[in-house]
Write a protein that binds this ligand. Structure first.
Ligand code: SF4
Length: 238
């Protein structure tokens, strides 16, 4: 459906998205390396053209590393932008932690997925209930679960209201890790300090560790699980 967009550059895809969806498109940011690249691009594109100001949201799961909060503040200051911040439903978190404990994610895949659902997927549903499209920093080479994704794809997702078709835009899908870091350095984009401590992929603090030389870039995410299970559900179509 959107095959003709596959040849556009990351900047061209973002411009297309802002022109087409205006305030009905949001950038999902967890402030990893790819996300800060996209924020820099969005900011520059919106300054240079008459496209709609970009909306950016983040989900604070309540278990993020301090370094992630630090880079959020640095980005906010440098680009003079506001983020929409979403939290999990406090009652669901209270019930889950009361029943299964603070470290439930280590006990089983089912409990880890429950925690991801309550802390990440449910807040995302609220965001997507009110938009037509979202922009993400996914790259194909990040993992086996991401090898097939396209620059622009349509997905049917369960939102707060109903099953809803949402357009997912992945401007960096064909970028390499080197391209991401070349962009960050060239444009002096603030980035999460954990990246300098061998954390190529950063999520919640208890579910992320540094990687060893030669390990897969997502080896530090839910490191106790097998590679085909390493997703939190945010990017799972439903
Ligand atoms: Fe919970 Fe870990 Fe998922 Fe964060 S990454 S929501 S702490 S299971």
């Amino acid at each position: 459906m959107y095959e003709e967009l596959e040849n556009l550059s990351a900047e061209e895809i973002i411009k297309w998205a802002l022109e087409k969806f205006k305030d009905r498109v949001v950038l999902a940011s967890s402030f990893g390396a790819e996300d800060v690249v996209l924020i820099d691009m969005l900011s520059k594109i919106s300054q240079q053209s008459t496209v709609h100001s970009p909306r950016i949201f983040t989900i604070d799961t309540g278990r993020l590393p301090q370094e992630t909060y630090d880079v959020m503040d640095r980005i906010k200051e440098k680009y003079n932008i506001k983020f929409e911040v979403y939290f999990p439903d406090y009652k669901q978190v209270e019930d889950m932690v009361s029943q299964y404990g603070f470290n439930l994610f280590y006990k089983s895949i089912e409990l880890r997925q429950l925690c991801c659902r309550i802390r990440k997927v449910e807040p995302l549903k609220r965001v997507l209930s009110n938009v037509d499209a979202w922009i993400c920093g996914l790259r194909r080479e990040q993992s086996v679960t991401r090898a097939e994704i396209k620059k622009v794809e349509s997905e049917l997702r369960t939102t707060n209201y109903e099953k809803q078709t949402i357009i997912k835009i992945n401007p960096l899908v064909d970028w390499t890790e080197k391209q991401v870091w070349d962009y960050i350095r060239k444009n002096e984009v603030p980035y999460n300090a954990l990246h300098d401590k061998n954390y190529p992929s950063i999520g919640c603090a208890p579910c992320t560790r540094s990687i060893k030389p030669g390990e897969d870039i997502r080896a530090g995410r839910w490191w106790w699980e097998t590679p085909d299970k390493k997703e939190c559900g945010l990017h799972k179509k439903s």
